[in-house]
Structure formats: structure tokens, C-alpha cells
Ligand binder design. Structure first.
Ligand code: SAM
Length: 287
């Protein structure tokens, strides 16, 4: 028996969603009720997006400089853009690179859009009960990839320099990204099947500090290793693949020309609707 009061996380998140939509209605803002908010973002006027996560209390753990004026920055995989807006607020000259469509996410060879939609229909309703039962790729792209960021940029009056591509393409001429002082790769590497190529691509556009944030297992010992996160169910993929340990990052980042590699933060953040906790470790790698 425990004296801890049980919190109904689903009800609390439903209340956040309801409050967001009520405030939109008061302000006369049209908003699609099925939009999938990844981050809790304060848009002013009492409007806070009902994110799957609220990373606002953990922002300090990422150790971005408070004053980023005069620095160039790249946000890889910004989602609805919480970190992009924060880096812009700190004065950085920022570009962001997001997938052109969720069909460009890394899937196992042989899997297709139907598999992607099946995973979305399995995973997302716990967070967004308003999600339509039958998704199409176009609808999912709007709900997850395009709609939330467009909404935030409109509310915040931000004209984001958003380019479309995958992490593997960051250094491609077509994306036109000049090497940046700060490159942020937040919870993206776990979604790529080839983290070696993903990290090398991010390193290629980083002049100074590469920030990596994601779960880093601390039970794999001191040898460079990665934990398989893809599961064993042939019928369902969550598009999460590898979790390298710190020794892996140290060796890889040394190999890619970074000399100082430091863990600057670590925290657990719960998914608001389910209460399920996810660890994040923040690594700064410097040239
Ligand atoms: C879990 S969200 C992370 C959002 C934010 N960066 C953060 O740290 O909270 C993952 C983001 O990476 C993007 N993404 C997934 N696979 C990618 C890939 N291969 N290349 C670039 N971005 C990718 C997703 O579309 C999504 O916006």
C-alpha cells in the first residue's frame, strides 16, 4: 500500500487539451482538434499547446547559451518547434531541417506507409483521443509534421527558416546549409536505423558544438555498444531503432573530430497522458 495519491494522467492531459481549445475559441483562433502536439509550448495570451511532453522545466539541462546573438544554429528534427523558438529567442541565427513527409522516416526494409500508419494508429490515440480512426499519410503529415509548427509560427510571428530533408542529407548541397556554430540533434538519432551515418552527417555541418539529446543507456558497461530498441514484433514498428551508450558516443564523436565530449544534463520526463517516463541525456561535443 502507498499513501501517494494516484494521478489520472489521461484525465489531466484531456483537461490540458480542453483548456487549449477553450482558449483558442476565446481568442477566435481556428485549430484542428486532432493536431498532435509533441511539446508544451507557451504561445502567449494564456495559450499553451498540450504536448505529449512538457520539456519547459528541463530546458536548463540542455545548456544552450543564454545569449546566442552572433551564433548560427541548426535544429535537426524540430517537430512542432519548441527548441527552434527557444534558440531564436536567445538570438541565434537559426535554420531547422524536418522530414518532407513521415514517409521519409527510417523504416525496416520491406515496410511501407501502411506499416507507418498502423504504428501511428496504435501509439497516438493515448495522447490524442481526437485522432481519426483511419489515418492517411497526408492527414498524418498535416497533424504531426506541418500543422503544429505552422500554428506556432503564426502565433509567435516567426518566419522560420525551415528546410525539408532527412538527417542523412544535412550536408547535401541541395539543402544549402552552411556549417553552424551549434547543431542540435534532439531525440532524432533513436529514429534512424543508421546512427553512424546520421551522426556523421550532423557533424559535417557543425563548426563548434554538437548537442545530442536522447536516452543513453547506462547499463551497457564501458565498451562502446548500442541497445536495439526496434523490438521483435513483425507486425508493429515504433520507428525507434538504436540507443548507443556513452562510450559509443565518445568514440564516434572523437572519430568525427570532436575533442571535448561532456554529459551536461540528464533528466526523466514523463509523457503527460500516460505518465510513462523517458530518460534523456544531454551530450555536448566540441571541436
Ligand atoms: C521525438 S521528435 C524530437 C523533437 C525535438 N527535436 C526534441 O528534442 O524534443 C523527433 C523528430 O525527428 C524527426 N525525424 C525523425 N526521423 C528523422 C530523420 N531521419 N531525419 C530528420 N528528422 C527526423 C521527426 O519528424 C520529429 O520531428
Amino acid at each position: 500500500m502507498t499513501d501517494q495519491p494516484q494521478i489520472d494522467t489521461a484525465a489531466a492531459q484531456a483537461a490540458r487539451r480542453a483548456a487549449f481549445h477553450a482558449r483558442c475559441a476565446q481568442l477566435g483562433i481556428a485549430v484542428d482538434p486532432a493536431l498532435i502536439w509533441y511539446h508544451s509550448i507557451d504561445l502567449g495570451d494564456g495559450l499553451v499547446t498540450p504536448g505529449i511532453f512538457d520539456l519547459r522545466p528541463h530546458l536548463e539541462a540542455y545548456r544552450f547559451p543564454e545569449d546566442m546573438r552572433g551564433l548560427t544554429a541548426l535544429d535537426v528534427g524540430p517537430g512542432d518547434g519548441f527548441f527552434s523558438y527557444e534558440l531564436l529567442r536567445r538570438g541565434a541565427e537559426l535554420s531547422a531541417v524536418e522530414l518532407p513527409s513521415l514517409s521519409a522516416v527510417d523504416q525496416l526494409p520491406g515496410r511501407d506507409v501502411a506499416d507507418l500508419l498502423r504504428a501511428a494508429e496504435h501509439f497516438l490515440p493515448a495522447h490524442v483521443p481526437e485522432l481519426p480512426a483511419q489515418l492517411t499519410l497526408e492527414r498524418l503529415d498535416h497533424l504531426l509534421l506541418d500543422g503544429p509548427m505552422a500554428f506556432c509560427c503564426r502565433r509567435l510571428g516567426i518566419d522560420l527558416d525551415l528546410r525539408r530533408g532527412t538527417i542523412y542529407q544535412l550536408a547535401d548541397e541541395a539543402l544549402g546549409i552552411a556549417p553552424c556554430d551549434w547543431v542540435f540533434v534532439g531525440d532524432v538519432l533513436l529514429h534512424v536505423i543508421d546512427p553512424v551515418r546520421g551522426l556523421a552527417s550532423a557533424a559535417a555541418v557543425c563548426k563548434d558544438t554538437l548537442v545530442i539529446a536522447q536516452p543513453v543507456p547506462d547499463d551497457l558497461g564501458d565498451e562502446p555498444m548500442a541497445r536495439w530498441r526496434g523490438g521483435d514484433d513483425p507486425g508493429l514498428d515504433y520507428m525507434e531503432w538504436w540507443l548507443p551508450n556513452l562510450a559509443w558516443y565518445r568514440q564516434m564523436l572523437n572519430k568525427l573530430g570532436f575533442h571535448s565530449i561532456e554529459v551536461v544534463g540528464r533528466f526523466d520526463a514523463a509523457m503527460l497522458a500516460t505518465g510513462q517516463s523517458a530518460q534523456r541525456t544531454i551530450i555536448h561535443a566540441r571541436r
